[in-house]
Design a protein around this ligand. Structure first.
Ligand SMILES: [Zn+2]
Length: 156
């Protein structure tokens, strides 16, 4: 994220522009799993933002989040200050979140998976195993350590 200078505490917070809000919302939406539809992401964001403030378990609707994202509120209305504050809080939390040490010590690997099973960047804790079928060169990371055959040789 860019263009959000830190304000000293106690000074009045300037309202961010619609494009800044949109930028922050899309920044947060990108952190949700690729498998989520845009509407599901709006729904999730509405819930996450509500949890940062007084609304708690009373989420903003997906269409409200969509209106904030597209700058399409009726009658020139704008997203509520409480909503904007929540979006800012989440964006700041994501940006400032320290990377866990085990992730720093890890490396990226390219893997194959069924649609929706693995989210990019997920840490895989298992080890690659060569399929036990003679002549099958498939390697896999099983869901249990005692698995010996790839899904092609033994589907279950
Ligand atoms: Zn195999």
């Amino acid at each position: 994220m860019t263009n959000t200078p830190k304000q000293p505490r106690g000074t009045p917070v300037e309202r961010i522009s619609e494009s800044q809000l949109r930028e922050m919302i899309s920044f947060i939406l990108e952190t949700y799993p690729d498998t989520m539809s845009l509407r599901k992401r709006f729904q999730r964001l509405g819930r996450d933002v509500a949890l940062t403030g007084k609304r708690g378990r009373n989420p903003w609707s997906p269409s409200y989040v969509g209106n904030a994202y597209y700058g399409k509120f009726a009658d020139g209305r704008k997203a509520s200050p409480e909503f904007v504050k929540g979006v800012e809080a989440i964006a700041a939390r994501i940006e400032g979140a320290p990377v866990p040490a085990f992730l720093l010590a890890s490396r990226k690997a390219s893997v194959r998976t069924w649609e929706g099973n693995i989210i990019d960047g997920s840490f895989v804790m298992g080890r690659s195993v060569l399929c036990a079928t003679p002549g099958c060169n498939a390697t896999f990371v099983g869901t249990v350590p005692w698995r010996k055959y790839c899904p092609g040789c033994r589907p279950h």
